[in-house]
Design a protein around this ligand. Structure first.
Ligand SMILES: C[S@@+](CC[C@H](N)C(=O)[O-])C[C@H]1O[C@@H](n2cnc3c(N)ncnc32)[C@H](O)[C@@H]1O
Length: 195
């Protein structure tokens, strides 16, 4: 689902993507299936990151130079969440981040609820737009593009969201309404309301 959002928003398949907190590599694999060939993942866990092609072992830190990266992508990046948003902001590099658990590590954060966590992340990068993925639980995605490229329209985003359903009979307004109704039922899942 993340790869589809990336594709809808950043269709240039030659972009050099850094998949932060890549874990087992599912996001990288999905991006490659979608046609992105320049994807490198970084993760702090040796079992995932060591000795694998297109993987880097280490802690992503927003204070380090961000060279040769056109797009930052992060799916449930845990302690790297703040870092990705701050790196995007300071380097003016686009990003797509799907935050999950409340695990700030680059900044101070005292609250303990999902809404406060999202507000904290929005403050780090106010220019980011919030979208949602068609998944259960923590499905908010923060999308930032400093170049101001056109965003998918509401109808295009809704059709993306409804991928997997047969929405071909729906006109744009109906697709937007159905997607909104499903989103409402999907969020939030109680176990995602806290870290
Ligand atoms: C919940 S997993 C998500 C993995 C993957 N993106 C996915 O969706 O399946 C979080 C990952 O973040 C990694 N991580 C946490 N802080 C990090 C940092 N500063 N830099 C790189 N990886 C980090 C952890 O090692 C872990 O593999």
């Amino acid at each position: 689902m993340l790869a589809e959002l990336v594709e809808a928003t950043f269709p240039d398949k030659s972009m050099r993507i850094l998949d932060v907190a890549g874990g087992k590599g599912q996001t990288q694999a999905a991006l490659r299936r979608a046609g992105y060939e320049n994807v490198v993942s970084v993760d702090t866990r040796t079992k995932y990151a060591s000795g694998r092609p297109n993987y880097r072992y280490g802690a992503f830190d927003w204070r380090e130079p961000l060279d040769e990266v056109d797009l930052l992508v992060a799916m449930h990046p845990d302690e790297a969440t703040d870092h990705v948003l701050l790196a995007a902001k300071h380097n003016r590099v686009p990003c797509v981040v799907v935050p999950c658990c409340i695990k700030p590590s680059a900044t101070t954060y005292h609250l303990n609820d999902r809404a406060g966590w999202m507000a904290h992340l929005r403050r780090l990068l106010p220019e980011a737009e919030q979208q949602s993925l068609p998944i259960h639980g923590c499905n908010a995605a923060l999308v930032y593009d400093p170049r101001g490229a056109p965003r998918p329209t509401n109808a295009a985003a809704a059709r993306l969201f409804l991928r997997g359903f047969d929405a071909s009979q729906l006109d744009d307004a109906a697709a937007v309404a159905v997607a909104a109704m499903i989103r409402e039922r999907l969020t939030p899942r109680p176990e995602c309301s806290n870290s």
